[in-house]
Design a protein around this ligand. Sequence first.
Ligand SMILES: Nc1ncnc2c1ncn2[C@@H]1O[C@H](COP(=O)(O)OP(=O)(O)OP(=O)(O)O)[C@@H](O)[C@H]1O
Ligand SMILES: N[C@@H](CCO)C(=O)O
Length: 321
Amino acid sequence: MAVFTPVSLEDARAYLSAYDIGELIHLEGIEEGVSNTNFKVETTSGLYALTLFEAATPEDSLPWFMDYTLYLDRKGYPAPGPALKRDGQSLGRINGKPCALIKWLPGRWPRNPDTRHAASAGEYLAKLHLIGGDFPQYRANSMGPASWPGLIARCEPKAATSPRAQEILADFREELAFLKGVWPADLPKGAIHADYFTDNVLMNDDGIVTGVIDYYYACTDFYAYDLAVALNAWGFTPGGQPQPQMISAFIKGYHETRPLSEAEINALPLFARGSAVRFTLTRLYDLLNHDPSWVVKPKDPEAFYRRLDHHRGIKTGHTYF
Ligand SMILES: Nc1ncnc2c1ncn2[C@@H]1O[C@H](COP(=O)(O)OP(=O)(O)OP(=O)(O)O)[C@@H](O)[C@H]1O
Ligand SMILES: N[C@@H](CCO)C(=O)O
């Protein structure tokens, strides 16, 4: 469950007194999520999410995340912009943790997404790039290619006792050497989500996107890389088997809204490989460093490793359509 830091009604009331958002009616811990502490908050003026940022979210990037989601929200994109306090600030602190009160968005993330969900999700990723891509502040991709050798190094000590982990890391050293030589340098870029997984996209009963949450890996990078991250999330079974119809529905939903250039299409198999490496590595690190007494279950790195195998067999980005 994702209430790592408790917040009492008194804590919440004291914190909310800095805002003009009415009286607190209800405060409820949210069990989902693995990174931050989240509460659903109801006041006399509406619904909000109260997020306490735990160690996984870099504190020095919080102003960037707040400014970006506020930018998106003000431009009409369904992002949870932060509520502002009377002094104009969006960030505060509760029980020693930095925190923010953000808009509560309607909908539910799709547990069994089909091609209709994938098409709408693709459309809203394209809209994110069209509407928010020109967000003027820069943030480097802290989980981008430059970070992968360091992630391998951080996995190595614990991998020493796991032959399977060693095998994956050895393969990744070669994969990174290959990707480094062919990684595109000049494609359209701007602000991207970088973690556009099914559990970060809220939808209504008709399978239409109503909200996109969790911008805590957002950064400035290639739009086509963001698309590749999303295709890896939406286009495969949880175990990592490709679902070509889902990949195609997602990419078409995207392409109809923000047409991809030939250079972006050509880059997709490489970006899909890189993104599969990124999520295999972070999952592997979490698994190797997992303490069985923790309530949060580590995610399966093998499921992303299988995606890498799939993308290695793809010769042209047009195959995804
Ligand atoms: N602004 C919001 N509007 C509606 N629901 C939200 C909002 N923020 C969070 N939620 C709900 O809380 C759940 C957990 O939030 P979230 O996924 O952001 O947790 P996290 O631990 O920060 O992220 P992750 O597990 O992806 O690392 C979401 O699945 C969603 O149901
Ligand atoms: N979406 C990530 C975890 C949170 O960023 C994963 O599934 O590995």
